[in-house]
Write a protein that binds this ligand. Sequence first.
Ligand code: FA5
Ligand code: MG
Length: 393
Amino acid sequence: MGKDYATDSWTNVGPSVLEKLERRLHLQANHPLAILKAKIEHHMNEAEPGVYRSLDSLNPVVSPKLNFDDLLFEADHPGRRPTDTYYVNADNLLRTHTSAHQSTVLRDRSSRGYLLTADVYRRDEVDQTHYPVFHQMEGIRTFDRSQFAGQHMTEAEALAAMGVKDGAKNPIQRQHTPAEAAAVALHLKSTLENVIKNVFASEKGLQWRWNEEYFPFTSPSWELEVLYNGKWLELFGSGVVRQEIMDNTGNSDRIGWAFGLGLERIAMRMFNIPDIRLFWSTDERFTSQFRAGSISSFVPFSKYPPCYKDISFWTPPTFHDNDFSEVVREIAGDIAEEAKLIDEFTHPKTGRASRCYRINYRAMDRTLTNAEVDEVQERLRQAVVERCGVELR
Ligand code: FA5
Ligand code: MG
């Protein structure tokens, strides 16, 4: 990004993740993620003309303060751990969500709404729906609080109107009147229902549901799920912005909602893309299938055969699944389709823990040879010993 960063004991970003910083898939007009972004932006601008300002080029390197503290994350929140987050060094990390820019844009006060799209980074498992880099769109909308001054509702009425079952678990903030919280929450829900109806317009009988959720930076909070291939798939998190955040950014006179939506989750369904790795493909058989402004169904090129290899090892007490996933990503790259834990046990006498993973190797553009996979597996075996301190069995 044109800047040098010193490494330290926190540094845990490897080259395969760093090279993704330059790809900016959501800015390539003919890429499915950019097509989806444009569709949502267009819809939101029609729904409320002139309200939402689009931002899509903010720097992915942010401070832990912006990513966590400003959003009121607890000091011991698991998201802060280096097992879950990519740290450039102790003072800089790769944003784990677009909410990392909330306090910056709120402080700006030049607009009542924002749609902020960006690449986000998380250490995670390896399979067809998880990738260490994905894309989110953050929506933020604020309102002048004085406009709700004349409205009255009891707490019970407001909770019922918003669809909150237990006000102790998912409370209206003490700084808010029940009426203003309900008005903002209902605006949020209807806005987002209209987004998914617009995005999935061609789908008959689309089914969705709101679940109550928890986020440190919103209350009440919800996520929305849609029914996809018989399974409920989570599309976004959302809620009424915590008033402390509004106060800290010079917005005590305003109340707001926010949502954070995963673009890949929607695009996979919209364009029929079966594997999250495909978004990163530069294979023309993938890229040539999409055009700005049009929603087309992906025609898969033939699926190449998988090749399974198992690896078993004794683990030290500090071992974390995500550290193993990271080594798989660094060594095997995109030919690793999935790394699945298939067995674990603790030796009854020595108390040592053992794990066995099955790695499914499959390239999306060619057939892998056994010799080639053996070579990768051998390098992986060496690397896990060196980097995770395990003992191979
Ligand atoms: C967040 O990231 C919150 N910042 C969302 C938010 C914003 C809540 C504003 C309230 C107000 P979460 O971790 O659930 O929440 O991720 C949000 C969405 O990103 C998910 O619903 C999902 O669609 C997508 N997502 C999360 N993890 C992955 C992943 N590993 N791969 C692809 N998409 C993912
Ligand atoms: Mg979630």
